[in-house]
Design a protein around this ligand. Structure first.
Ligand code: XUL
Ligand code: CO
Length: 436
């Protein structure tokens, strides 16, 4: 029985099309900067929102019409969901997906039962991957929903919780490896605090460092070579999460000797919760060699929480793709739609509109970014802006040939700096608008 029989296979029809079930910009085989759109964007559907989201919120009950889901925690329901999920991704033409262990399979009465449930569902995932060619972008472990994580996961004050997490990540990593997952994500939803009076920050962060080093050791033991990704987020559900933004994560990775094994999975709505733009977070991570993957979504400027909306803003996608292209692409990462349809968007059709819109917005962002790069005017402006560093005293400073004494002598003789030039922000904003 098909869950989406009324929906056609989504194909590329071009910008003139008025078919809401077609791509107007995402043309998987189209070559941009020498690579297909499919390979640039590596789109991924998330299991947790798209197949487990039901429209409930802190104030209201489920609203979404998902006729295939009986709402139970049974294995049969989980297996049926796998079938539907792959039918959806096939129709959409999305090459990747991502999941948490507990999205795909139910928590059991014991850890052993949870593991066994995951094994059974992984069999079905593997079969569907083989049937469709759809691949796993990343796996992860949900260490935030169950009450045992109320004080944290690897940073819990309860040592048993740390041990439980080790067992859970061990299993999730094994399953990710088995399914050919290209990355493994750590999002520390409960790795933070609600109150500092009861919190030993030093001990908690040390434990997190120890935990991730154990994960690295185990990946070597089993030969899992996917990229490890930390996903920064500053708050929600806790008041403060230790992986608060790209800079905090990179400092943590350096402090605990994890830089060579980890990159970052940057999420738009998390960037904005941290008081940054997505462009800032991507550029900061890229500059430090840590740009791994993105969770593509957006927030609402008028709401201060993680609304996880599908991205449709062309400035956002163009800026994101400018930075991604600047650092040579996402490597083993992808554009993962960690986004959910609104509670009011109750039909299965809305799942298609949401993903088609996000994919088109990123495809168009890619083309805009490539056009800006091909024109070269922006890069030329930035190069010129820093040209004082290419010769003379600037080049000598960068080459390490100066100290405070020599610079003081230089400036004492010169007396005043060369004149500053305009930053031309308004000119550049107008320039970018020519490509949108
Ligand atoms: C939560 C969030 C997570 C991670 C995976 O805000 O983004 O879904 O992406 O655990
Ligand atoms: Co996310």
């Amino acid at each position: 029985m098909s869950a989406f029989s009324s929906i056609p296979k989504i194909g590329y029809e071009g910008p003139e099309s008025d078919n809401p079930f077609a791509f107007r910009w995402y043309n998987p085989d189209e070559i941009v900067e020498g690579k297909s759109m499919r390979d640039h964007l590596r789109f991924s559907v998330v299991y947790w929102h798209t197949f487990r989201g039901n429209g409930s919120d802190p104030f209201g009950m489920p609203t979404l019409d998902r006729p295939w889901d009986d709402g139970s925690n049974s294995i049969d329901n989980a297996l049926n969901r796998v079938r539907v999920a792959f039918e959806f991704m096939e129709k959409l033409g999305c090459p990747y997906y991502a999941f948490h262990d507990r999205d795909v399979s139910p928590e059991g009465a014991s850890l052993a039962e949870s593991h066994a449930n995951l094994d059974r569902v992984a069999d079905a995932l593997e079969q569907q991957q083989q049937r469709t060619g759809i691949k796993l972008l990343w796996g992860t472990a949900n260490m935030f929903t169950h009450p045992r994580y109320l004080h944290g996961a690897a940073t819990s004050c309860n040592a048993d919780v740390f041990a439980y997490c080790a067992a859970q990540v061990k299993k999730a990593m094994e399953i990710t490896k088995r399914l050919g997952g290209e990355n493994y994500v750590f999002w520390g939803g409960r790795e933070g605090y609600m109150n500092l009076y009861n919190t030993d920050i030093k001990r908690e962060i040390d434990h997190l460092g120890q935990f991730l080093n154990m994960a690295v050791d185990y990946s070597k033991e089993i030969g899992f070579e996917g990229t490890f990704l930390i996903e920064p987020k500053p708050k929600e559900p806790t008041k403060h999460q230790y992986d608060s933004d790209a800079a905090a994560c990179i400092n943590f990775l350096r402090a605990y000797g994890l830089m060579d094994r980890f990159k970052l999975n940057i999420e738009t709505n998390h960037a904005t919760l941290a008081g940054h733009s997505m462009m800032h977070e991507l550029d900061y991570a890229g500059a430090q060699g840590c740009l791994g993957s993105i969770d593509a979504n957006t927030g609402d400027l008028l709401l201060g929480w993680d609304t996880d909306q599908f991205p449709t803003d062309l400035y956002l996608t163009a800026q994101s793709m400018m930075i991604i292209l600047k650092y040579g692409g996402l490597g083993s990462g992808g554009v993962n739609f960690d986004a959910k349809v609104r509670r009011e968007s109750i039909d299965v059709e809305d799942l298609f509109h949401a993903h088609i819109g996000g994919m088109d917005a990123f495809a168009r962002g890619l083309k805009i970014a490539a056009a800006i790069r091909a024109d070269g005017g922006l890069q030329q402006f930035v190069d010129d802006r820093y040209s004082s560093w290419n010769t003379g005293v600037g080049a000598d400073i960068e080459a390490g040939k100066h100290d405070f004494n020599s610079l003081s002598d230089y400036m004492m003789e010169k007396g005043e700096v060369d004149a500053n030039k305009s930053g031309r922000q308004e000119y550049l904003e107008n320039y970018i608008n020519r490509f949108i």
